[in-house]
Design a protein around this ligand. Structure first.
Ligand code: A2P
Length: 270
């Protein structure tokens, strides 16, 4: 069963993205090229990852038309405000060597060294700048990342465009149920980053057992689980075999087995 995602503005986003967090610029060219060679058409980066230059170069050098690749980047978490956002966007576009982005996200509601800080006004000003870039055709869709229901609600209460996506950590054991329901209600696509819990859940006995049952690898089970829960997975790997493996998801997890997987505890609480 193929699971597809379309934003509320009608833009389609390929149902698996290649994540590039923690892939250094020197390795990004090779990893992104490998991903493109193996059928990925959706690449996720951020100014903060410091690899946009080689991500952009790999995409440019590859034999695909720009419109056949979906590219996401993000406004750094510590940059808030209207002018600041326009400036950061220009930097991203210059790094990537592109004239438009498919998706631009506010990386987080607060700076990473002040997690939880109330930056509502700054986020609203950034969002207004993103709406302008969207209206000018420089970004095909706009969204947020690491936003809670309350953070999103502040945007809905004051702005014109409902975010098209919220990119959050999501993996077996971290189901984010109320946030998922909230996003669904507002037609916001949820993107799952760290679908493998950065590798920490791959040795879980319950996951190993279930993967065996479906004759897939634990990683494939984890990534397919995201799709089954209607979240768009962004697995990351720098290894060719695993990059290929992570995109081969042609199986379906039964609803009984989904229920079993839903009961698995979050690794972070252990
Ligand atoms: P590597 O780059 O060596 O493949 P997440 O996507 O949750 O952030 O997890 C990324 C981590 O999981 C990386 O350390 C990556 O290492 C590892 N990883 C990615 N794909 C697989 C896979 N198919 N099997 C095992 N480990 C994987």
């Amino acid at each position: 069963k193929e699971i597809t995602f379309t934003f509320h503005n009608g833009i389609e986003i390929p149902n698996i993205g290649f994540g590039t967090w923690q892939i250094p610029n020197e390795e990004a060219y090779a990893s992104v090229t490998t991903a493109l060679e193996n059928g990925y058409t959706h690449i996720d980066t951020a100014l903060a990852y410091q690899n946009e230059q080689n991500v952009g170069k790999a995409i440019k050098d590859f034999s695909l038309a720009r419109e056949d690749v979906f590219i996401t980047s993000k406004l750094p978490a510590q940059i808030k405000g209207y002018e600041e956002t326009l400036k950061a966007f220009d930097e991203t576009i210059t790094n990537l060597g592109m004239d438009y982005l498919d998706l631009y996200l506010i990386h987080a509601p607060w700076p990473w060294d002040e997690v939880g800080k109330d930056c509502t006004e700054g986020n609203i000003q950034s969002w207004k700048a993103m709406e302008q870039l969207y209206n000018e055709g420089k970004i095909r869709s706009i969204g947020v990342s690491n936003f809670s229901e309350r953070d999103i609600q502040a945007i809905l209460d004051t702005c014109t465009i409902v975010p098209m996506a919220n990119q959050i950590p999501f993996y077996i054991g971290r189901d984010q149920e109320s946030l998922l329901a909230y996003c669904k209600k507002h037609k916001i696509v949820v993107e799952a980053y760290s679908p493998l819990a950065t590798g920490q859940i791959l040795n879980s006995p319950a996951i190993l057992e279930m993967a065996k049952k479906y004759s897939v690898t634990p990683a494939q089970l984890c990534i397919r689980y995201c799709l089954e829960r209607e979240t768009l997975p962004l697995p990351k790997s720098t290894n060719e075999t695993r990059i290929i493996e992570n995109s081969q998801l042609d199986f379906t997890i039964s609803s009984e087995d989904l229920k079993i997987l839903e009961k698995i505890e979050d690794v972070r609480t252990k």
